[in-house]
Design a protein around this ligand. Structure first.
Ligand SMILES: *Cc1c(COP(=O)(O)O)cnc(C)c1O
Length: 387
């Protein structure tokens, strides 16, 4: 008998999603306008505390629009966290600009403020592109829900008068001293892709305290139609808006976000308790962002580091393969962008931490819909690997 697959993170519906979707059908608002769009936007705004929000087709589209609005174009430079998913960096390339990748720091595993400052300074001195350039934007990421060191990143950004686009795709619900991720930068983005903490099947949002920017994003996302009875365009537009049908899923999902976040945070605690309980066996597994005061992670995914030199030679691949043999999904941490073949020519600043995190790191099953039976199967594998 094959055991059912335990996923890293799978969609977890709350129950009311279908009712909101049905309302869209019942009222025939199945396109881009309607009550689900208005309400999901308002609910999200209330939840995050963002000044203004517009709903989009994806988080990637939100990053792309952010860069367009900041005037990023061919020949420009944008500073981006290296340790992330490719969707953070790809829109820089859509605009013909050059990404400059910045390494992570050990506390949060996110953008290292010191390496950021080195990168900016090198750009300004002409050491990156051959002539002095001022970067057009900085993109930090809150990986796996862990907030980046926003206070220091913003201090540096403000010192050089550079706008921050905050990639909070994985961090809905996370906060620093009570302020939600996605609301720190000039612009912030969220994702509602299938494996994120809440999903609309696919979707995203752009957040800002500046109304003009969010209005502009909405305009560009809906084909940039001028105010005229006929179709008139003075700008290049995009078809990047969310639909009222999937916004209904988002409304239902947002209602259970805090509950599901509580379960994911509990998952993280359970893994920690497990590894604390086997410390006497001589293993030392490290967790992301332990003991940072004021930093609240939604713990979208529990991520660990298995340094073989501290774990009797056990590697993260040993654990990944052992889990896979029991039909349990786990995944290496993001491969840094500066090590990706597609970005091999891009400049990079840092000490190599993200490469080490990639080599030794693993994301463990972290869904809010995991059962006690799932846990029993996972712990059985852990006990086999960490004997
Ligand atoms: C998922 C994700 C994105 C992209 O979001 P989509 O909605 O899938 O386009 C961007 N950045 C990070 C860090 C992500 O995890």
């Amino acid at each position: 008998m094959t055991k059912s697959r335990i996923y890293l993170s799978s969609p977890h519906m709350g129950g009311l999603e279908q009712q909101f979707v049905k309302e869209a059908f019942d009222t025939n608002w199945v396109s881009s306008l309607g009550a689900n769009m208005d309400n999901f936007e308002a609910d999200l705004q209330k939840y995050t505390g963002a000044g203004h929000i517009t709903l989009l087709g994806s988080g990637t589209a939100a990053i792309h629009l952010s860069l367009i609005m900041l005037g990023v174009k061919a020949g420009d430079v944008v500073i981006c966290q290296s340790f992330t998913f490719a969707a953070t960096a790809n829109p820089i390339t859509y605009q013909g600009a050059t990404p400059v990748f910045v390494d992570s720091e050990p506390g949060t595993w996110n953008m290292d403020p010191m390496a950021l400052e080195q990168a900016i300074s090198a750009c300004m001195k002409g050491q990156v592109t051959g002539k002095p350039v001022k970067p057009k934007a900085i993109i930090p990421v809150h990986l796996y829900g862990m907030p980046a060191k926003m206070e220091e990143i913003l201090r540096i950004a403000n010192q050089y008068a550079l706008p921050v686009v905050e990639d909070a795709a994985e961090a809905l619900g996370s906060s620093i001293n009570g302020k939600r991720c996605g609301t720190f930068g000039k612009l912030g983005i969220l994702s509602f892709n299938g494996n994120k903490i809440i999903t609309t099947s696919g979707g995203g949002a752009l957040l800002s305290d500046e109304k003009a920017l969010v209005d502009r994003a909405h305009f560009l996302a809906t084909q940039a139609r001028d105010n005229a009875p006929h179709y008139q365009h003075t700008n290049i537009g995009y078809n990047y808006r969310m639909s009222n049908v999937v916004a209904g899923i988002g409304r239902g999902q947002l209602m259970v976000l805090d509950k599901h976040m509580g379960i994911r945070r509990r998952n993280y605690e359970r893994y920690r308790e497990y590894f604390a309980s086997i410390a006497s066996r001589g293993y030392t597994v490290e967790f992301q962002g332990e003991g940072l005061e004021g930093y609240f992670s939604n713990r979208w995914l529990t991520a660990i580091i298995i340094d073989p030199s501290k774990n009797k030679g056990v590697t993260r691949e040993d654990l990944r393969l052992a889990l896979d043999a029991e039909n349990i999904e786990s995944r290496p941490l993001w491969k840094p962008m500066h090590l990706q073949p597609v970005f091999s020519q891009a400049p990079y600043f840092g000490s190599g931490l993200s490469e080490k995190l990639f080599n030794d790191g693993l994301c463990l099953p972290s869904g809010s819909n995991m059962t006690e039976e799932d846990w029993t199967r996972i712990i059985a594998v852990l006990d086999k690997v960490f004997v």
